[in-house]
Design a protein around this ligand. Structure first.
Ligand SMILES: [Zn+2]
Length: 426
């Protein structure tokens, strides 16, 4: 890269600061709340219209038949592609347009996009409409700076990340949009902070454990078999054997926050006996079923088969120890851990750009939870993928969520310089 390109991009993006803020505000004003997946089409079309006017070829792909897709709530994704005049690699920026519900506790209207004190406030400001806006501004600045750039730039706005990404990135990946030779490098501008590069995430196993009992009159519980007491024994065994074991399992993955640098298990839900939405007085029954959902996060050093076997062996011990203890175990969802190599081209380019813009080495981190990179790795088989974007991760999904304007501008400059590097622009 010639010596002055970073400075020129920096200046050009600084000049676009008002545009960057306006774009972020416009995106926030589409209340793309998921579930149910509201306002996806108008938001996708807004992004599509803007990029079409900048010379991108725009297509819309509806995740037809994916969870939640309906004519009322279509899973509309937008993909914009600009091929340069000369051959070269493809750099793809992917952002999810869906946001979680606003929830309670806001001091500003969550979908009005309030600009104050150098920040943009609103649901999705940080996670991740600020990141999408930064990527769009970054690519527009690069194209204006060098109209003859080689290779291809793609920007996609996809749906449903907050609910697993099946109608969004997974759907597009099934269609080949995240595989070579169509794409070489992918950057997901999730809010990981402007000085951090996220290489991937831990694995997930969601499962449901059900304990089975026998219904009887509640005044004579000895005639039945209480499934809730069976589940109590499961929890007690987990406390005694499983949680201490998981605490011992440390990882070399640089997960942030540091507390997540090990195996974890969350008891997500538990239901037994009388349904919790009944009104009136309960009927006197011994519950014959109790169900518990577990959310186990595992490490790149662990195998999913072993993760499952750990839980199953505890349940089998209970079968041996407790008369009449019966259970079933059902998988709900599995995601393998993924970690892009620190030497991968996209990591190197973004690292160099962070050094240029911020004057320091970025931290290479791993996310405790998963995001759309899982589909790009598993379905697209593309290993040159990271998350890098503005916004403070801890603010995601909170009331009064915000993104800093300076952070967006600096992250956009990093994205533009990194893309220039990946495309070999000098
Ligand atoms: Zn996100």
């Amino acid at each position: 890269m010639s010596g002055d390109l970073p400075a020129k991009l920096n200046r050009r993006i600084a000049d676009k600061t008002d545009d960057l803020v306006a774009l972020t505000c416009d995106l926030i004003r589409f209340p793309t709340v998921n579930p149910p997946g509201d306002a996806y089409a108008p938001c996708a079309e807004y992004i599509g219209r803007r990029l079409a006017s900048r010379g991108f070829e725009v297509s819309y792909m509806r995740g037809e038949g994916t969870p939640g897709d309906s004519d009322r709530y279509p899973r509309t994704n937008v993909v914009a592609r600009r091929e340069g005049g000369r051959p070269g690699p493809t750099v793809h920026f992917n952002g999810h347009i869906d946001v979680v519900e606003a929830g309670q506790g806001w001091s500003v209207a969550p979908f009005e996009a309030i600009v104050r004190d150098g920040r943009v406030f609103g649901r999705g400001a940080c996670d991740m409409k600020g990141g999408i806006a930064a990527a769009i501004i970054a690519m527009e600045a690069l194209i204006e700076e060098r109209s003859d750039i080689p290779g291809t730039i793609e920007i996609s706005g996809t749906v449903d990340e907050e609910s697993g990404g099946f109608g969004g990135v997974a759907y597009l990946a099934e269609k080949g949009l995240f595989s070579r030779p169509r794409v070489d490098h992918v950057i997901i501008p999730e809010p990981l902070n402007k000085d951090r590069i996220c290489l991937g995430h831990r694995g997930v196993w969601w499962a449901e454990i059900e304990t089975h009992g026998r219904i009887a009159h509640g005044s004579m519980p000895f005639l039945g078999q209480c499934a809730v007491r069976g589940m109590g024994a499961v929890i007690e065994a987990f406390e005694r054997e499983l949680f201490p074991l998981l605490d011992q399992k440390r990882t070399s993955m640089p997960v942030v926050p540091e507390g997540a640098r090990r195996s974890t298990l969350n008891i997500n839900a538990i239901h037994g006996g009388q349904t919790d939405d009944f009104t009136g007085l309960p009927s006197p029954n011994v519950p014959d079923s109790c169900r518990m959902t577990i959310d186990r996060r595992f490490l790149i050093e662990e195998h999913l088969d072993d993760v499952k076997a750990e839980v199953r062996s505890i349940l089998d011990e209970l079968v041996a120890a407790r008369p009449d203890f019966r259970y079933s175990l059902k998988d709900i969802m599995e995601v393998l851990p993924t970690m892009t190599d620190a030497d991968a081209p996209v990591v190197q380019s973004v690292s160099d750009a962070v050094k240029t813009v911020l004057g320091r080495e970025p931290d290479l981190v791993i996310s405790p939870g998963t995001y759309d990179q899982k589909h790009i790795a598993r379905i697209g088989h593309l290993d040159d993928c990271i998350a890098y974007g503005p916004g403070i991760l801890d603010l995601a999904h909170t009331p009064d969520e915000w993104v800093g304007i300076d952070d967006m501008r600096e992250a956009a400059t990093v994205m533009a310089i990194a893309t220039a590097g990946l495309l070999g622009i000098d």
